[in-house]
Design a protein around this ligand. Structure first.
Ligand SMILES: [Zn+2]
Length: 423
């Protein structure tokens, strides 16, 4: 350990020590979080090459920064590689919105992150490695559930939002996390000093600058980011007079991608997409904001351990012990902490969600608590709840999730409804 408590830095493959804690100098562009323009705010520079240019802790690409390191270690990628950003500009202009210049409204992403190639073209040409943290593109999404909805007459292709092929037209954006540490600390009600120390300690000392460089206020954390899918005109999202149907969805790979039936994640997601398409066809706009927070941000290993514990416990898989089983394994019921989630909504300029396709009280409270008005809340139709997911949905409704229907009582919650492991 060094005198300031930080562990000694690792040696590079070349043998010399690459210090991260005392390298930025006068050459690093200044950052002024919440400034009125991208130029005044300054570029986020997380480069690992010219270290004197760095003005943040951590590096780009979130968790994928580790793969970048592997590519360098394996000799497949030059450290000096600079992205050629020709023709990578956003397909749709998002913002700027008034929320972008409120330093408290957005603390976990860089609102100017999509336009850096344009705004900071001169600095990039001068040799500063400035990278976008947001990319905006267009796509067609084709889902079997949407096909099925067309066959059953619930959806009709209009050639604008939904094609005759069953493909829905979307604008989508990928966002990497960019944390303004003072703002993140404020959201979680802790001091910035405590946040920095715990982040340093709980990542095994991965970022010494968290504790040695209090002048660096921005952190690029090694975690998953977010993807948004917009159905209809992205500019309409900021107009509270245009009906907005929205779902904020947290990643569940087992259900979302593989159709595992122990939870309602994919059926709720595809129901939301159906509602988004219908809303856009009515002249409104639809939004799905998808966050990489697998298994309530506990990860899939913990999640699968909990599944086993639920199904092996005496009395079988019951709603009354649903949250307790998670807490036994993970120590908490949930680590998604929705406090940062509304930032992406503020990035889009959203002030009102007319139809929120979610039953989660935590998401609802976070959204309304951040100043966004919510109209109707749309629950998952009962016939879309898989049989094995009854335990989850009953437990959530009993815990305060929104439902227009009956909240299960204590006797109901004690009934085993989940399938046995070999069932
Ligand atoms: Zn799930």
């Amino acid at each position: 350990m060094s005198a300031d408590g930080a562990p000694p830095p690792a040696r590079s493959p070349g043998g010399h020590i690459r210090l991260t804690s005392h390298s930025a100098g006068a050459e690093a562009p200044q950052l002024h979080w919440g400034a009125p323009s991208a130029a005044a705010r300054g570029p986020v520079v997380g480069t690992t090459t010219t270290r004197a240019h760095r003005n943040v802790i951590g590096t780009h690409s979130g968790a994928y920064g580790v793969y970048r390191a592997l590519a360098v270690a394996a000799g497949k990628l030059s450290r000096e590689h600079r992205a050629d950003l020709t023709d990578t500009a956003p397909t749709d202009v998002i913002g700027p919105h008034p929320q972008w210049t409120d330093p408290d409204a957005i603390v976990s992403l860089d609102p100017w992150g999509a336009t850096v190639a344009d705004v900071f073209a001169d600095q990039i040409a001068a040799g500063i490695d400035i990278r976008p943290t947001i990319a905006v593109t267009k796509a067609q999404v084709i889902l079997p559930e949407v096909h099925d909805a067309i066959l059953k007459g619930r959806l009709s292709p209009d050639g604008r939002v939904l094609l005759g092929t069953g493909a829905a037209l979307v604008t989508k954006a990928a966002l990497e996390p960019v944390w303004h540490l003072p703002g993140v600390a404020q959201r979680f009600g802790c001091s910035e000093t405590d946040l920095r120390r715990v982040l340093f300690e709980e990542t095994g000392g991965m970022y010494p600058e968290l504790v040695t460089r209090s002048d660096l206020e921005v952190f690029l954390p090694p975690i998953g980011g977010q993807t948004i899918y917009i159905f209809g005109d992205p500019r309409a999202l900021a107009d509270p007079g245009v009906e907005l149907t929205a779902r904020v969805h947290d990643e569940c790979n087992g259900s979302d991608v593989f159709g595992s039936d122990i939870c309602t994640c994919r059926p709720y997601l595809t129901h939301a997409i159906e509602e988004c398409i219908l809303g856009a066809q009515r002249g409104g706009v639809g939004l799905v904001a998808y966050s990489r927070k697998e298994g309530r941000a506990l990860g899939e290993v913990t999640k699968f351990l909990v599944y086993n514990a639920r199904k092996r416990q005496v009395g079988g898989d019951t709603a009354d012990r649903y949250f307790a089983r998670t807490e036994c394994v993970a120590g908490v019921q949930d680590m998604r902490f929705q406090e940062l989630m509304p930032d992406v909504l503020h990035w889009l300029g959203i002030r009102k969600i007319h139809r929120l396709v979610s039953m989660s009280n935590m998401k609802y409270d976070a959204i309304t608590g951040s100043g966004i008005e919510v109209g109707e809340r749309v629950s998952i139709p009962d016939d879309l709840v898989p049989a094995d997911a009854r335990v989850e949905i009953d437990a959530k409704m009993a815990a305060g999730y929104f439902t227009p229907g009956q909240v299960p009582d204590a006797d109901e919650l004690k009934k085993a409804k989940g399938r046995a492991l070999d069932g």
